[in-house]
Design a protein around this ligand. Structure first.
Ligand SMILES: NC(=O)c1ccc[n+]([C@@H]2O[C@H](COP(=O)([O-])OP(=O)(O)OC[C@H]3O[C@@H](n4cnc5c(N)ncnc54)[C@H](O)[C@@H]3O)[C@@H](O)[C@H]2O)c1
Length: 370
């Protein structure tokens, strides 16, 4: 596979998250947004003008026929991920695909095969793994700052929907339809980040999972898949992780983005680590805190804006293409995160512990009945 000197990217889907995902292409010295595409051609034209892209398309096939595009950033609703990725790889483009990559392991395997056949790179973009406090926490764990990591506790606290940035109704609509989203907006969509964290901070593979997911309906077309409590066990060791989802629908969460209070606690044999924010910022507390030997150390000066995770993730993709190496989170890695996400849903639906090897190529992340 030849390396690229300058990465010319095509942005596919100019919706809500494109505004953050594009940042790393705009400020990287060896990248450019060459073209953009959206079903809504006016929106594509507006974004092309803003991002300095020479061409705007209203159809994916037209962008894929553009020889001056080396790689695509796929920012589409989930039901389009598979076909758009297959088409892009067949057209000879490298692909960065948003999480969750596909609905099933079988579909993701198909994408991996297509990438190999085409001789092109495929990575799944999961931005929490690039969030600077998470990156620093991972380095501390790796360097033994808390001894042996023993447990991981994640919480997602949603606040008032009206706080944070504007989310257009059409952006919400496909997430409220499991036939388009592939699962629910919280436990499947947002959940991909948390299930990925489960695998990053404790490196033994996850073996089994148990889950309660309550589906809270607000009307015929709107629901929130929470509260939820999902727990998992790592293979071969007495180590556990949990993810708790709770919506405090009357509480203000300060955020420039989604009003979501994301927190993480990692307990080790010799100390503790807390990451106190990600998408939003609830309290004026340090982003990262380490406890060890009766002392605490706090990091106040890490970049903590959620947008930085997108920027860093995009830079990693560009740098990998330029160095002719696989970017982080290839299809095999993504499959393990997806497997855990699907297993949690099966556990919640069937009200039992699920072993991850039970998840077959066509198993879907169905939601429990309300
Ligand atoms: N990493 C994160 O934290 C994060 C956050 C939000 C969204 N996302 C992911 O980004 C993706 C997009 O989410 P969003 O919130 O921006 O959605 P969105 O609905 O705001 O944007 C999707 C865009 O795709 C366009 N589109 C739809 N069908 C198309 C087609 N066939 N061809 C071309 N354009 C088409 C729509 O017109 C829209 O502009 C999803 O995969 C989502 O999971 C990730």
């Amino acid at each position: 596979m030849a390396s690229l000197d300058r990465v010319r990217v095509g942005i596919v889907g100019c919706g809500r998250i494109a505004t953050l995902q594009v940042l790393g292409y705009l400020d990287h010295p060896h990248a450019e947004v060459a073209a953009v595409c959206d079903l809504d051609l006016e929106r594509a034209r507006t974004c092309a003008a803003e991002w300095g892209a020479a061409r705007a398309y209203g159809a994916l096939d037209d962008l894929l026929a553009d020889a001056a595009v080396d790689a695509v950033e796929i920012l589409l609703p989930h039901h389009l991920h598979r076909d758009a990725t297959l088409a892009a790889l067949a057209a000879g483009k490298h692909v960065s695909l948003q999480k969750p990559p596909t609905w099933t392991l079988g579909d993701l395997d198909e994408l991996a095969t297509a990438a190999r056949t085409a001789g092109r790179r495929l990575r799944v973009m999961e931005n929490f793994m690039f969030y600077p406090p998470h990156v620093k926490a991972q380095a501390l764990v790796r360097d033994g700052a808390i001894g042996e990591p023993l447990s991981l506790r994640l919480t997602t606290g949603a606040g008032r929907f009206e706080d944070g940035w504007h989310v257009p109704a059409e952006t919400q609509r496909w997430r409220m339809d499991p036939a388009l989203c592939g699962g629910g907006p919280t436990c499947f969509d947002h959940g991909y980040h948390c299930f990925n964290m489960a695998r990053l901070f404790i490196t033994e593979p996850v073996e089994r999972v148990h889950a309660w997911i309550h589906v809270n309906r607000f009307g015929p077309d709107a629901f929130y898949d929470g509260p939820a409590l999902i727990g998992w066990k790592y293979a071969g060791v007495p180590k556990f992780g949990t993810w708790e989802v709770i919506a405090s629908l009357g509480m203000r969460v300060r955020s420039q983005y989604y009003p979501s209070d994301d927190r993480m606690e990692i307990r080790g044999s010799e100390g503790l680590l807390w990451v106190t924010r990600c998408t939003g910022r609830l309290l004026d507390e340090p982003a990262l805190i380490l406890y060890r030997d009766g002392e605490t150390r706090a990091w106040h000066d890490l970049p903590t804006d959620w947008a930085e995770s997108f920027r860093a993730g995009t830079h990693e993709f560009i740098d990998a293409l330029r160095a002719d190496r696989q970017p982080a989170q290839d299809a095999a890695e993504a499959a393990e995160t997806l497997r855990l996400a699907i297993a949690a849903h099966v556990a919640a639906c069937e009200r039992r512990e699920v072993v991850l090897t039970e998840i077959g190529p066509t198993t879907r992340a169905a939601l429990p009945a309300a």
